[in-house]
Design a protein around this ligand. Structure first.
Ligand code: PEP
Ligand code: MN
Length: 332
């Protein structure tokens, strides 16, 4: 249930209402917009008398929220959210996240970080803990990989995003600016609940076979724990089509715009699986209004330990970055 207050409500009246709502065993989420304040009522609102609340002189309107997610809903928080990732404001302007699929060597990750920074990238990506389909494939450098990411951050000033597969590894993530929850873990509810208590932004990837509502419910798990710094990421879903690794669902961008205030990032690398398909889909994502893209870039894609076929070279990324900026200007 949401309760929209009238404009210019005196602070003490607002506080009095919040205190009373809390005595009704409800959590109250306060969202202050430029003109109006929206109170999100969390908990069992079935017994709440909406008409009574609406009759109060400081209340404009009370609405029951039909979606099962609340904190993530745009009704709760009408303005777009901006998530601060190590000083980069995701949701404000166009954000480029780039870097290798996996961290392999110092030369590789620091070299890629320097070149993507020169092309205007804002955040460095790179996996240290890799969720691989085969247990015999390269599993990532783990803590050593995180140290190399920190080194690349120190050398370039780029904040880093990397995947956390198990909450047990969290102690190693002190220097990580944004925690990635991979597609395979989107419904790992114990992990999501733990991340609700962590004071770091989370980049939540859509699962391979999950609906938009399920993605938002997973965001809700994190947000319900108190961590509202969630960024959503579409990375392609499973369909009957085999020409691409997955099918990039770009309609998620306008759908999410209506349903949620959270920033939306598109990953055309995992969606297409093929480097030649990445630039056109990245441009399409920007044209459709994405807040940013996440793109795999490798200095030597043929010899990459993971996902070389979908990785751009630094030069290809640089050319794409120019085009993405142009498209953004046209559509904004
Ligand atoms: C990744 O971004 O490194 C990754 C493993 O992607 P996904 O979880 O989308 O497969
Ligand atoms: Mn990858």
């Amino acid at each position: 249930m949401i309760c929209v207050l009238k404009t210019h409500v005196p602070q003490e009246k607002e506080e009095e209402l919040i205190r009373w709502l809390k005595t009704q065993n409800l959590g109250v989420h306060v969202s202050r917009g430029e003109k109006q304040t929206v109170l999100g009522l969390i908990g069992d609102t079935s017994a709440v008398d909406a008409d009574l609340i609406e009759s109060l002189d400081i209340v404009e309107v009370v609405r029951r929220v039909s979606e099962p997610y609340k904190t993530a809903s745009r009704q709760f928080h009408p303005a777009d959210s901006v998530v601060d990732v190590g000083g980069v404001m995701v949701g404000e302007g166009l954000t480029f996240i780039a870097g290798p699929c996996s961290v392999e060597t110092e030369e590789q990750v620091v070299g890629v970080a320097k070149s993507i920074k020169a092309s205007g990238a804002h955040i460095l990506r790179g996996g240290a803990f890799k969720p691989r389909t085969s247990p015999y494939s390269f599993q990532g450098l783990k803590d050593e990989g995180l140290k190399l990411l920190s080194l690349a951050k120190k050398e370039t000033g780029l904040p880093i995003v990397t995947e956390l597969m198990d909450i047990y590894h969290l102690d190693l993530f002190d220097d990580v600016d944004c925690i990635q929850v991979g597609a395979r873990n989107m419904q790992n509810y114990e992990l999501l609940k733990e991340l609700g208590h962590v004071d770091k932004p989370v980049l939540l990837k859509r699962g391979l076979a999950n609906t938009i509502e399920e993605l938002l419910m997973s965001a809700e798990y994190i947000m319900a724990g108190g961590n509202e710094k969630v960024i959503l990421c579409e990375r392609g879903i499973r369909t009957f089509e085999t020409a691409t690794r997955n099918t990039l669902d770009l309609s998620i961008i306008p759908v999410l715009r209506e349903k949620t205030h959270l920033p939306v990032i598109i990953d055309p690398s995992h969606a297409t699986g093929k480097s030649s398909l990445v630039p056109p889909m990245a441009l399409a994502a920007v044209a459709a209004g994405a807040d940013g893209v996440m793109i795999e870039v490798h200095n030597d894609p043929i010899h990459a330990l993971c996902d070389g076929a979908q990785s751009l070279t630094p030069d290809q990324f640089s050319a794409l970055a120019d085009k993405m900026r142009t498209i953004r200007e046209v559509v904004s």
